[in-house]
Design a protein around this ligand. Structure first.
Ligand code: D5M
Ligand code: FE
Ligand code: ZN
Length: 465
């Protein structure tokens, strides 16, 4: 199919297509497939965003082509919608616009929102605005001034020291809703809202058993291979608990990496990166073949640090050659759908920041910060706290509310529940490092939760003792 014909098909559906996206579509070669891909993309496009970009295509391509896998006995059906955001030259502005549009639409479904440019002269009470937080300051009298922005303008809002809303820790770059009124040309905030997740959802009918883990840190002297081997032995032997395990998700930091922090080589037992991954491949070869393994990268893995992170490069994936059917490499973050249950897995680097900001959360208990991610509908809301890729779409927005939110990174274990979502931080397999000792972080090593997706029952294996 030639360029003109593809452009015509896209135009007929009311969209335009960028040149790079056009070349990617042409790569499918087969005309029938091209028509199907165009159909798929157009049906998922947002009408306010008429140009098909490479990101749209890659997002769906992954979902439709690599994604659907059925194992031998047809027992599990796993789909991935991982991010393939490449650095684009649209810059950070588009990232902010995309985030604002998607998160503000959550509020707009529930509230009559006034555009910020119309607020100052608006006498109605109450008045609702939605904006992205662009500045936070404190007045000398103990009030808080939160500046918010939408596509029409910017406004300072006053959170009086006596208001309920004052106590909430609002973060920079969050998208929030404010209920208030105008007094002397200032918006006085009475209430503030996060986008939130619904209180209840219809539970999908699902089945299968998934084991969650992260932060194995192979190659570190502190990787506890004994505890890992005990886990694998258990999975191979125990029929009742782990015998019908279908899938294991590893939420990043498979290896300790090299050059991640100064003088790291002193802490490594394996000092080159491909040998570290070869060792991971060898450890994973002990996992029974009918258990699918899904691997996301973390900040110690051999991919770019900026989030969203792509899946491992081919050079690393090829080290798992004898496991190509069994191991799936995805990006960070990634939505994983197992028989209808949706699991949002994210390494969790933003937790270093969120833990400092939210009371009730510390390195011993990362769950309250993970709850805030759901309330904010964003995995890493504040620009600059985690390196970010200037992609045209913000892949860290939580568009779809997952049944399970799974993070790692902090190396402490936690289980929680917020509304109808289960939360896990899966700890790790690395004993306390000197870095953690200095910061008084005591890692949880050797815990492995298995979730029965039919009942949502959790079995917690513990090799920590
Ligand atoms: O993270 C290992 C541990 O170190 C985990 O508990 C988080 C903590 N950590 C990592 N980076 C930081 C920063 N920048 N500040 C404070 N604490 C941090 P890992 O990703 O495995 O190195
Ligand atoms: Fe880690
Ligand atoms: Zn990490």
């Amino acid at each position: 199919m030639d360029d003109d014909e593809i452009i015509r098909l896209v135009l007929n559906r009311g969209f335009l297509i960028n040149n790079d996206a056009l070349s990617l579509i042409k790569d499918f070669k087969d005309d029938k497939k091209i028509i199907q891909v165009i159909e798929d993309i157009c049906s998922k496009m947002d009408n306010s965003d008429p140009v098909i970009m490479p990101d749209h295509l890659k997002f769906l391509y992954d979902l439709h082509n690599n994604g659907i896998k059925k194992d031998k006995e047809n027992r599990i059906n796993v789909k991935y919608s991982t991010c393939y955001a490449e650095e684009s030259y649209t810059g950070f502005l588009n990232l902010f616009i995309d985030k604002f549009q998607r998160l503000s639409s959550i509020f707009k479904k529930r509230l009559a929102v006034t555009p910020i440019k119309n607020v100052i002269n608006n006498e109605s009470r109450p008045i609702f605005v939605v904006g992205i937080v662009s500045n936070i300051s404190n007045t000398k009298n103990g009030h808080k001034i939160i500046t918010i922005e939408d596509e029409t303008g910017t406004i300072n809002t006053l959170f009086s020291k006596d208001s309920k809303a004052k106590d909430e820790n609002i973060l920079l770059d969050e998208v929030i809703g404010i209920k208030g009124f105008i007094s002397k040309k200032i918006l006085i905030a009475e209430e503030f809202y996060r986008p939130e997740i619904p209180v209840e959802r219809t539970k999908v009918k699902s089945h299968g058993k998934v084991g969650l883990t992260s932060d194995i840190h192979v190659g570190s002297k502190m990787f506890n291979s004994k505890k890992w081997e005990e886990l694998i032995k258990f999975i191979r032997k125990d029929e009742e608990v782990a015998g019908d395990l279908d899938c294991i998700i590893v939420a990043g930091d498979c290896v300790d990496g090299i050059g991640i922090y100064p003088n790291q080589e002193r802490s490594l037992s394996i000092t080159d990166i491909s040998s570290q991954y070869k060792e991971v491949a060898s450890l994973f070869s002990e996992i029974p073949d009918d258990i699918e393994i899904i691997i996301l990268p973390g900040n110690h893995d051999a991919v770019r640090q900026a989030e969203p992170q792509p899946s491992f490069p081919e050079s690393i994936q090829n080290l798992f050659l004898d496991k190509t059917e069994q191991v799936k490499f995805v990006g960070n973050p990634c939505y994983i759908d197992i028989n209808g249950t949706s699991i949002l897995s994210y390494h969790g680097r933003s937790l270093d920041y969120l833990i400092q900001e939210f009371s009730g959360s510390d390195y011993k208990n990362p769950i309250p910060s993970m709850v805030q991610m759901l309330k904010m509908r964003h995995l890493s809301p504040t620009y600059g706290t985690v390196p970010m890729t200037p992609a045209g779409k913000d892949f860290l927005v939580i568009d779809n509310v997952p049944d399970i939110l799974h993070c790692g990174h902090v190396h402490t274990f936690g289980i929680g529940e917020y509304r109808s979502t289960l939360l896990f931080n899966t700890g790790g397999w690395q004993e306390q490092t000197s870095f953690q000792q200095e910061r008084n972080i005591v890692p949880d090593v050797g815990k492995f939760p298995i979730i029965d997706l039919e009942t949502m029952d959790i079995k917690l294996l513990d090799f920590g003792g």
